[in-house]
Design a protein around this ligand. Structure first.
Ligand code: ATP
Length: 483
């Protein structure tokens, strides 16, 4: 599995999905750039999420808030005081680790040795101690587990301390306390501070949601595992505003609805599981992760959080501006309208880059094949769901002459109005097919000499490698049907 993960990382670079940031300067740790195929896939994923949220739910609308926000936002949200992780330093190697990552790595190592039960017990104990913020016992747990530093090979640890994950910078020219602003560590606060603007201008009635996609920044200490944990990443978040007391029902609704979204991409259910939080974040009364089985184990891809009225209530207190909603529906218990209240919130929060990694992990396959003459062959195929694949159709004239490119161009001009196509006339056809397999193009169409006679082409299906002869006039609708 580790080999598969390394192969995915190399493949992502070789085929223009993901590059290390500023690579000519040897990269920047935990920061990545998306190449031509990567940015298409990422955009398609974002659009797929956006459509499912805002188009298929009539009661969800969007916002696009700025990354910079008034610094008081982060006081009110609790991020200045609470957005930190317990860290521990190894004195010999002078390396810093997140306590949970260190213990998770130890649990993974135990699992590899077949000690499943011990690993589960370790994670349960870690969750318990983190929830109790018992740093002395946690340090002892690390020592007991004989977690040794990869470099120094000793277990000489400092005490555990909290480390804030927000990046800060200065607004304007004068450096000083008052001018310190933060790069947002989550997009959610841009939704909360706009709650009334959106509710009033879009004339929304509770229950309703606000969706947003955009960059977030966290000074992650242990940044490893490629684009799984980045310092600059993109989130797709939705805050669903509800009547207090209905949070259980809506929490369950979104828990189910979001899992269905993942499954709608054709990913098998057994690759997913829910993980209920034991240690709740400072704002939540219930929380769970939707986890996917990455090549390095089951890990969070999305969080569902019941955030109560924590955020709006604090913004009301800090801003001195009422953050209330007037609900004129009748409360059956009293026979009167529900009246004014600060809404409760259910949040769904998914990392776009992490979802991208999920798609790469799920799609990548090294397939062994048998050639017609019986000899062994192989291919790398990215089984990316057609609706999010970077290119939907590759149009390939068999040779660069005899009028074939002209026919191919005509088809290209027709189809590219409707979906993303790729045109190529260089190299042997087998080689061209392999390149399309490697970037996940679901269909290839080959124009050959027979096309000139009977207006038929060969369409090749990526997953089965089956080829059929079809009228050229049918190409567009076959591809569209798969989307
Ligand atoms: P983790 O425990 O992995 O640090 P988290 O619980 O802090 O994640 P949330 O604050 O719930 O994550 O953020 C919601 C989603 O944003 C996560 O499910 C994940 O997909 C994504 N995300 C969070 N941090 C990162 C990161 N550093 N890089 C990439 N994606 C991230």
């Amino acid at each position: 599995q580790e080999n598969k993960f390394q192969a995915i990382i190399s493949h992502a670079k070789e085929y223009g999905f993901v590059f290390p940031s500023s690579e000519i300067y040897d990269g920047l740790s935990a920061v990545y750039d998306y190449g031509p195929n990567g940015c298409e896939l990422k955009k398609n994923l974002r659009d797929y999420w956006w459509k499912s949220m805002t188009q298929l739910h009539e009661n969800i609308v969007g916002v696009d808030a700025a990354i910079f926000m008034h610094p008081t936002t982060w006081k009110a949200s609790g991020h200045v005081d609470n957005f930190s992780d317990p860290m521990i330093d190894n004195k010999d190697s002078q390396k810093r680790y997140r306590v949970d990552h260190l213990l998770e790595a130890r649990a993974d190592a135990l699992r590899e040795k077949g000690a499943e039960k011990e690993a589960d017990a370790l994670i349960a104990e870690m969750d318990r101690l983190l929830a109790a913020e018992d740093f002395v016992a946690l340090k002892q747990l690390i020592a007991d587990q004989q977690i040794v530093c990869a470099i120094s090979g000793t277990g000489n640890w400092t005490d555990i301390r909290q480390f804030n994950l927000m990046f800060s910078t200065q607004l304007g020219s004068v450096a000083g306390e008052a001018d310190t602003i933060y790069l947002r560590p989550e997009t959610a606060q841009g939704i909360f501070v706009n709650f009334l603007n959106v509710q009033k201008t879009a004339r929304m009635k509770i229950p309703f949601g606000i969706a947003q996609t955009g960059k977030a920044f966290r000074n992650e200490i242990v940044a490893r595992q490629f684009i799984f944990r980045m310092r600059e990443f993109e989130q797709m978040e939705m805050q669903f505003f509800i009547r207090p007391g209905t949070q259980k029902e809506w929490y369950n609704y979104w828990k189910e609805t979001r899992l269905q979204w993942h499954l709608s991409l054709g990913i098998p259910a057994e690759k997913y599981r829910y993980h209920d939080h034991v240690k709740l974040a400072h704002y939540a009364d219930a929380a769970l992760d939707i986890e996917y089985e990455f090549p390095f184990g089951f890990k969070e891809v999305e969080g569902i959080h019941s955030r109560t009225d924590f955020d709006l209530k604090n913004h009301q207190e800090y801003s001195k501006k009422k953050q209330q909603y007037f609900d004129n529906d009748i409360d059956e218990a009293t026979g009167k309208p529900y009246g004014n209240y600060i809404p409760y919130v259910i949040e769904t929060s998914i990392g776009l880059d992490r979802m991208f990694l999920l798609i790469l992990s799920q799609s990548y396959e090294e397939e062994t094949l048998t050639k017609e003459d019986g000899t062994a062959d192989s291919r790398v195929v990215m089984r990316i769901p057609a609706k999010i694949a970077p290119n939907k159709l590759a149009i390939l004239p068999l040779v660069k002459k005899d009028g074939l490119p002209e026919i191919a161009r005509e088809l290209m001009n027709e189809c590219k109005q409707h979906f993303k196509c790729f045109y190529e006339e260089k190299d042997a056809i087998g080689k061209r097919y392999r390149r399309q397999d490697a970037i996940g193009t679901p269909f290839c169409v080959t124009i050959d000499h027979q096309t000139k006679e009977d207006n038929t082409v060969t369409i090749r299906h990526r997953d089965s490698m089956l080829q059929e002869r079809i009228p050229i006039s049918k190409v567009k609708e076959i591809v569209q049907a798969a989307l």
